[in-house]
Design a protein around this ligand. Structure first.
Ligand code: TRP
Length: 326
């Protein structure tokens, strides 16, 4: 079975775009592959953070993943900082990537430009990401388009390491969903739905209550031609609503338009479908949140499973590098 690995950072709130664009696919992959999912808390340290917020966000993200259907029995779910192999391997990744390669990363350029403090970790971030992926003999990495360059670098690092020191790492491949599958911002349908947009009016959070969801859909940007039709180029707002409605009721966006003639009805139907989709997820989340020790237990088991794989890869890497056995 193919090994699939992906990671998600515990910063900001999880939104509908994350669920429909990524997490739902993570859930499916659990049964089609040997799936490993990681809450990458160490990657959240590359920019200034608040310790109490990080602690809460890491736990709550793990709980949201489980509530979304990530089942610790059917996959490996763990927190990056629980598996020390990641940081040990990352040093070797830093020594295998070149300064020039790291400097060309567009995510680094975007995040460092104009920032008053740029950590060394922000620069070496992709080396830690490469170690996340390579430690698990990963075949496929499901990620968004914005991560393509990091996966390419991971492939280059793995290939270079293998040719210098002998076959050690599996060279992974990025699996990126088609552009049409993306969920866009309700206020700015030309942009991807994200956690950092203005006022969050365009972003549906997984923990939004029904009245907040109604309000946000009611205010969603449409257009003035008045026809409910799927056409992402000419009608980005309406098409985004159809994509969301379709995804929520398991139909294509064109089929989702059937029988809906007015924008008001489309917004209402989409809001209801999203509320229905999120209801069981939120209920499960609140159960888990009431019992943090249980989540702690599940994450400890996940870390143990992860370490078994990661430590074997790390031993192979150390030996091929010429480090003395310990
Ligand atoms: N860099 C990814 C992001 O910002 C998160 C991440 C860290 C990741 N390690 C990973 C994704 C390994 C896939 C595989 O979204």
């Amino acid at each position: 079975m193919a090994r699939v690995f992906s990671g998600i950072k515990p910063t900001g709130s999880v939104h509908l775009g994350n669920l429909l664009g990524a997490l739902r696919n993570w859930v499916v992959m659990q049964d089609e592959a040997d799936a490993v999912y990681c809450v990458v808390d160490l990657h959240a340290l590359t920019v200034r953070h608040d310790p109490a917020e990080l602690r809460a966000a890491t736990l709550s993200l793990a709980q949201l993943l489980i509530a979304s259907g990530i089942d610790p029995e059917r996959c490996t779910l763990f927190v990056q900082g629980h598996v020390p192999e990641h940081t040990e391997c990352a040093w070797v990744m830093e020594c295998t990537a070149s300064f020039g390669e790291l400097r060309r990363m567009t995510q680094f350029k975007d995040k460092s430009e104009g920032a008053d403090f740029v950590s060394g970790g922000l620069f070496t971030y992709p080396a830690l990401q490469a170690s996340d992926i390579l430690l698990y003999d990963t075949d496929q990495v499901p990620v968004g388009e914005d991560q393509r360059q990091h996966i390419e670098l991971t492939r280059d690092i793995a290939t270079r390491f293998n040719s210098r020191y002998g076959d050690t790492f599996v060279v992974p491949e990025a699996v990126i969903p088609p552009a049409g599958a993306r969920i866009m911002d309700l206020q700015h349908p030309e942009n991807k739905m994200s956690k950092s947009d203005d006022g969050a009016q365009g972003t549906i959070l997984l923990l939004d209550d029904p009245s907040a969801i109604h309000k946000k859909f009611k205010r969603a940007v449409t257009d003035s031609d008045g026809e409910v039709r799927f056409d992402p180029t000419l009608k980005p707002g309406v098409s985004n609503l159809l994509s969301i409605l379709g995804a929520a009721i398991d139909r294509g966006p064109e089929a989702a338009a059937d029988g809906i003639e007015r924008y008001g009805d489309l917004k209402e139907a989409t809001a209801e479908a999203v509320i229905d989709l999120l209801r069981p997820l939120q209920a499960r989340y609140h159960e888990l949140a009431a019992d943090p020790a249980e989540t702690g237990r599940l994450l400890a088991l996940g870390a143990e499973k992860a370490r078994t794989v990661a430590s074997a890869t790390l031993d192979r890497m150390r030996s091929n590098l010429g480090l003395l056995p310990r």
